[in-house]
Design a protein around this ligand. Structure first.
Ligand SMILES: [Zn+2]
Length: 229
């Protein structure tokens, strides 16, 4: 049975790390909206496109991309996954009420997923961390220049990627002034989705995101009963 997992949580809550763990153990495809949009807005062939230039400026300053534009991209990609019979784990969608629920003119992501996956196969997980943790983790985060693996560390950052040996770099989105914008955007525009989902009858699985990654992972699979098939 194909399934959907939607991971919510402020920047730095470990969505990417948990998505890779779940994907490799339970055969999910990861849809990382941030990474996907980054590729589109920075693609050389899109540099002169006016609409995309505006989206690029938003993206690079930490402001969420236009919900209408993002929702179209999301649904397009999602139907490709769905037709291929794949389970998907989302790490950066939906980010706004509009992306989640749409309006009278456009169906939102949640309804769209219900149609192709069935309501009972859609699971929501919220990785909860404090604003302080979010800022600390983002300002210390590095990623691999080759395989984009997030590099976790406690006291000192490794200088090379533990997976492929490439150098690591800081993401431009993780500069302190940009993190503040991202956190504010998250609080004001993404968090309200949770209440609407509860009203729509969905259970939100809250998980303590301050714990070490392997504990968080165990808690997610036990809450979602992934081991039971
Ligand atoms: Zn690497």
């Amino acid at each position: 049975m194909k399934k959907i997992i939607i991971l919510f949580g402020p920047p730095g809550s470990g969505k990417g790390t948990q998505a890779s763990l779940i994907a490799s153990n339970f055969n999910f495809s990861i849809f990382d909206t941030g990474k996907y949009i980054e590729q589109i807005v920075h693609a050389p062939e899109n540099l002169k496109n006016k609409n995309i230039r505006r989206e690029r400026e938003n993206f690079d300053s930490g402001i969420l991309n236009s919900p209408f534009w993002v929702l179209n991209i999301l649904k397009e990609k999602t139907s490709v996954f769905s037709r291929a019979g794949l389970s998907i784990i989302f790490t950066g969608s939906p980010r706004t009420l509009y992306e989640a629920f749409g309006d009278s003119g456009q169906m939102g992501l949640v309804k769209f997923l219900e149609k192709s996956y069935g309501k009972k196969n859609i699971h929501f997980v919220y990785l909860n961390i404090s604003p302080e943790t979010s800022i600390w983790r983002n300002s210390h985060r590095k990623i691999c220049v080759t395989c984009s693996a997030p590099i976790l560390y406690k006291k000192r950052a490794p200088q090379v990627c533990p997976f492929c040996g490439s150098p690591v770099r800081q993401r431009s989105l993780d500069k302190p002034e940009i993190i503040k914008v991202r956190l504010k955007e998250y609080k004001e525009r993404t968090f309200p989705i949770i209440e609407r989902l509860k009203k729509a009858g969905y259970k939100i699985n809250f998980i303590d995101g301050e714990k070490p990654p392997y504990i968080i992972y165990k808690n997610i699979i036990s809450k979602l009963k992934l081991n039971d098939g």
